[in-house]
Design a protein around this ligand. Structure first.
Ligand code: NAD
Length: 483
């Protein structure tokens, strides 16, 4: 690949690109062709040490700057991300295989929103004054210290920014490890932050697989770990962090319900189901992959859904007419194909798709199964690909119980014109990020995160500041000490 935004080395540490070819090579494969477009090298122990030492050394001085000064740098970085949106979007497409139609509006732009939002809030971080008669207590909202961020492969720019922006706004430093499947974009985030004036060592990026992630999480200098990944990885990383009594944020997987009542606007509900299953080829954690449709409208819903899914433009991700693209990797494509076979074997009715596309790259057809029952594998496990399961239901009480019958609790959606019912149902669903007559919106102003096995903590919004800071309380006595 020759691209204007291509990073020039594997790691970014202490304000500069760093290479160490002694690490295991990690090929960067373009999902639309299967070609190797770049190589990065996993961090060796020496690289991990440089990054952690750099992050630790930079933290105190960064936290001593005023919030306004820190925020100004983040906001400058947001402006640069926006100015370079086209090149960064092309790079995101090379890294992930997602269509340019999506990356132009959902990746560097979302990262910029996050840097702008938390840059704006950085100067408003304050404590409280608590009167105690003549005495008083005051609190100081302090940085936690050195943080580790670990990313998944579906939104490499966005995930790096969603973690860096609130962490840095609060005066923390970070070592970030992108997913080994999409190593390029986080390096650009680091480069741009430094161009915007970030002091060396405040945000560092190192490459590697789980082993490198493990080395970062268990290091005693690290005070907080924020992971975006699958629930099984989350359990391991949470346990490792707990052994060192570290703070955590866990943004994990889901199997979210999207409930369509008979009175819903069918086109909007179909649109919500399409957004919630086929955007980014289904590689979105909050997807509403269990679509519960009330029996009276089931066939009408399925007919309209099949018609609209049939309009997907499957093609070259860099062609901006293309709306549907490959899976991130051959391995992920094969995992999803395995689930499609399970769906067929276990008796679900295939409405459309169900196979690999006849073209190079890791393309799957957008797939819809109907007559899915709660016990089928495709209704229970996170697939993380373009496979929608449509389940039938009769009553509100029944669907709420069935929607909650999962280990996960990331998102949930309801389509209905009856607003009383909409709020009642959402109130009864066990999920962190919910939608009424919409699906999968994730503005930086709103908290994002899950309950149950879908995670701990929240990203975005003012909530994220609480997860990247801690409170010191100071009792001040005006009189004598009685003893
Ligand atoms: P994954 O769990 O395989 O890997 C996530 C990251 O963890 C990678 O960077 C990986 O190298 C690292 N890792 C793996 N083992 C580790 C260990 N023992 N210690 C430290 N780090 C380790 O996930 P993935 O396949 O890259 O991404 C898909 C998953 O991410 C899905 O389950 C999806 O739902 C989830 N996800 C969640 C959110 C969210 O915000 N809730 C967002 C995007 C993706």
């Amino acid at each position: 690949m020759t691209h204007p935004a291509q990073p020039t080395a594997s790691h970014f540490i202490n304000g500069q690109y760093v290479e160490d070819k002694a690490g295991t090579p990690i090929p960067v494969i373009y999902a639309a062709s299967g070609e190797e477009i770049a190589t990065v090298y996993a961090a060796t122990p020496a690289i991990v040490e440089q990054a952690l030492a750099g992050g630790k050394a930079a933290q105190k001085a960064w936290a001593k700057m005023t919030g306004t000064e820190r925020g100004r740098i983040l906001r400058r970085a947001a402006d640069i991300l926006r100015e370079r949106n086209y090149d960064l979007s092309v790079l995101e497409t090379y890294d992930t295989g997602k269509p340019l139609q999506e990356t132009l509006v959902a990746d560097a732009t979302s990262g910029a929103d996050s840097l702008e939002y938390f840059g704006g809030l950085a100067g408003s971080l304050t404590g409280e004054h608590i009167p105690m008669g003549e005495d008083w207590v005051y609190t100081i909202r302090e940085a936690i210290g050195l943080c580790v961020g670990i990313g998944a492969w579906n939104y490499p720019t966005q995930i790096a920014c969603w973690k860096a922006a609130p962490a840095l706004a609060c005066g923390n430093t970070m070592v970030f490890k992108p997913s080994e499947a999409t190593p390029l974009c986080a390096l650009k985030v680091a480069e741009i932050l430094h161009e915007a004036g970030l002091p060396a060592g405040v945000f560092n990026v190192v490459q590697g697989l789980g082993e490198v992630g493990g080395a970062l999480v268990t290091d005693p200098r690290v005070n907080k770990v924020s992971l975006t990944g699958s629930a099984p990885t989350g359990k391991k990383v949470y346990a490792a962090a707990a052994a060192g009594m570290k703070h955590v944020t866990m943004e994990l997987g889901g199997k979210s319900p999207l409930i369509v009542f008979e009175d819903a606007d069918i086109d909007n509900a179909v649109g919500g189901a399409i957004n919630g299953n086929f955007y980014s080829s289904g590689q979105v954690c909050s997807n509403g992959t269990r679509v519960f449709v009330q029996k009276g409208i089931k066939e009408k819903f399925l007919a309209r859904l099949a018609e609209r899914v049939g309009n997907a433009v499957i093609g070259d991700p860099l062609d901006d007419a293309t709306s549907f693209c490959p899976m991130v990797s051959e391995a992920q494509m094969n995992i999803v194909l395995g689930y499609i076979e399970k769906g067929k074997e276990e008796g679900a009715r295939l409405i459309c798709g169900g196979a690999r596309c006849d073209r190079p790259g890791w393309y799957l057809q957008p797939t819809v199964f109907a007559d899915v029952t709660d016990d089928m594998t495709i209704a229970r496990e996170e697939i993380f690909g373009p496979v929608m399961s449509v389940l039938d239901f009769d009553s509100e009480d029944e669907v709420v119980v069935r929607a909650n019958d999962t280990e996960f609790g990331l998102s949930a959606g309801v389509f209905t014109k009856d607003f009383t019912r909409a709020h009642r149902v959402i109130g009864n669903l066990e999920a962190g990020s919910c939608f009424i007559n919409s699906y999968n919106d994730a503005p930086v102003e709103a908290p994002f995160g899950g309950v149950k096995a879908s995670g701990v903590g929240r990203e975005n919004s003012k909530e994220a500041l609480n997860h990247f800071s801690q409170v010191k309380s100071v009792y001040v006595r005006m009189g004598d000490v009685e003893a």
